[in-house]
Ligand binder design. Structure first.
Ligand code: C5P
Length: 208
């Protein structure tokens, strides 16, 4: 059988990560959350007290071991925001490109989630999903997660951050976030996690 490559793209808090992990379990495929690569660069920039807007500074932070990707410190909103700044630099994207392509091309197949998997990293993927939800619903999800984690932040702040990140990711010139022409659209706005995962499996099944 052909190795199966599944590409899952979409904005922050759309559900793409949860869906990608569930698909990986369902199909027994290795999974890479590519946002973690940009988050690792961002964490290095923050630790070295560099300016994420300066391309050369960000590029100098692109060498890191895979083990850094397991650091829970990568998952904060601050790191996510800086990740969306460093990710706009073409030389940062170039520095992380082969790592992602290699992961996608491993013999048994793979599933990757991010912003440009279906368009740039794995344009020949067997199945592509673009996962979305309204900004308000994504902000509600993120807000309740943050509140549960004991982080005191207003809904309006979270919504503004989500909109700013969407804007940066969709408007950059190099590999902007967009739905590939051959990607299936999955709107999770009014779906439970279980329903979204079932729908994702059905969409993949219809494409392989
Ligand atoms: O998905 P996550 O929120 O972890 O991604 C953090 C940031 O990394 C995104 O806002 C985006 O700017 C960047 N990113 C990207 N391309 C990817 C994955 C993430 O530019 N494939």
């Amino acid at each position: 059988a052909q190795p199966m490559i599944i590409a899952v793209d979409g904005p922050a808090a759309s559900g793409k990560g949860t869906i990608a992990r569930a698909l990986a379990r369902h199909y027994g495929l290795p999974h890479l959350d590519t946002g973690l690569l940009y988050r690792a660069v961002a964490a290095n920039v923050l630790r070295e007290e560099l300016d994420p807007a300066v391309e050369a500074d960000a590029v100098a932070c692109c060498d890191f071991p895979d083990s850094l990707l397991d650091d829970p410190g990568l998952r904060t909103d601050e790191v996510g925001k800086v990740a969306s700044i460093v990710s706009a630099h073409p030389l940062v994207r170039a520095a992380l490109l082969q790592r992602q392509k290699r992961f996608a091309q491993q013999p048994g197949g793979a599933i990757l989630d991010g912003r440009d998997i279906g368009t740039v990293i794995a344009p020949d993927a067997n199945a592509k999903l673009f996962v979305k939800a309204t900004p308000r619903i994504r902000a509600q999800r993120r807000h309740s997660e943050l509140r549960k984690a004991g982080i005191d932040v207003t809904f309006d702040r979270v919504l503004a951050d989500i909109r700013a990140r969407d804007d940066r990711d969709a408007k950059r010139t190099d590999a902007p976030m967009r739905q590939a022409a051959d990607a299936a659209l999955l709107d999770t706005s009014f779906l439970s996690i279980e329903a979204a995962v079932q729908r994702a499996i059905a969409l993949v099944e219809a494409r392989i």
